[in-house]
Design a protein around this ligand. Structure first.
Ligand code: BTN
Length: 285
């Protein structure tokens, strides 16, 4: 394996003792899904902040029932176990906390202008370089735990992506014009998430909302959102204080979108790009 692609989890763990995220790191060659492993660690009573990384997932999952293809040694696929002291209704904010943290962390580490598409895409030049899948386990009004799954395209060549998504996916290496040490990227991602999560818990969602909007690809753009049976078209105006997307129709009415597939004017819709039920999470959201 290219030395740039080797991960040294012990070095990360050693530098993260006493921090909320990354004090413990489980690194596997192959798992079903790192999110599944993190849920099971949570059910066994493990503490917040454990990170699970795998080179290969046999059932890597993306949003909206899609799957996520990972390339061993080239991408980063990881999940973070959190036990946030917030009500379940605020859990969707954690996707945006993570997205803003990752974009900021990757920008400062690589200089690449990573941008965001609601709710969970990291993009470079309109192509997807990463995705986030947030899953929660709650009883009534109490969160037991949240798993934040992160998939990042780091060193894939264009030819390394499945053909049907090649035109919509991009790796950091392709954007930078050369390989990126995955260890550095992993370190930056964990560190940035740790800072943003701490700030979210102390200062609330408003600072995250501002950062997210400043890094978003969508604000002021014409969008079409497919949310279950509902299709909402209009101009993306921002996100509200719960993290929902605000879309303004031509008559001035504002719709709040809770979840769904967003396409920007002039771009292919994610649902058109995939191969049916198992379309790729690398480009879908
Ligand atoms: C998306 O864009 O649809 C979200 C993709 C999230 C993929 C990551 S890879 C690590 C973690 N484990 C999973 O099974 N999924 C997430």
């Amino acid at each position: 394996m290219d030395p740039l692609d080797i991960l040294f989890p012990d070095q990360i763990v050693a530098s993260r003792q006493g921090k909320a995220i990354g004090h413990t790191l489980i690194y596997e060659h192959e798992v079903s899904s790192t999110n599944e492993v993190a849920h099971s660690l949570a059910r066994q009573g493990n503490p917040e902040g454990i990170v699970v990384i795998a080179e290969r997932q046999t059932r890597g999952r993306g949003r909206l029932g899609r799957s996520w293809f990972s390339t061993p040694g080239k991408g980063l696929t990881l999940s973070v176990l959190l036990r946030p002291p917030i009500p379940p209704t605020r859990a969707p904010q954690l996707t945006l906390v993570t997205a803003a943290a990752l974009a900021a962390g990757l920008r400062s580490e690589t200089g690449i202008p990573v941008r965001l598409k609601w709710p969970n895409d990291l993009r470079i030049g309109g192509r997807k370089t990463g995705g986030i899948l947030t899953e929660m386990a709650a009883t009534g009004r109490t969160i037991d735990h949240v798993v934040i799954g992160i998939g990042l395209n780091v060193n894939q060549d264009p030819a390394g992506f499945p053909e049907e998504i090649r035109h919509m996916a991009v790796s950091l290496a392709e954007a930078a014009g050369g390989p990126m040490p995955r260890q550095r990227i992993l370190d930056a991602v964990i560190d940035s998430l740790d800072h943003s999560y701490a700030r979210y818990l102390s200062d609330g969602f408003e600072p995250v909302r501002e950062i997210w909007e400043s890094l978003s690809d969508m604000i002021g753009q014409e969008v079409t959102v497919r949310e279950h049976e509902r299709v909402v078209s209009g101009r993306a105006r921002g996100i509200d204080d719960e993290g929902f997307l605000l879309v303004e129709a031509s008559d001035g009415t504002i719709s709040r979108v809770v979840s769904g597939d967003v396409s920007l004017a002039g771009e292919e819709s994610p649902s058109e790009a995939g191969t049916g039920a198992s379309s790729s999470g690398q480009t879908g959201s």
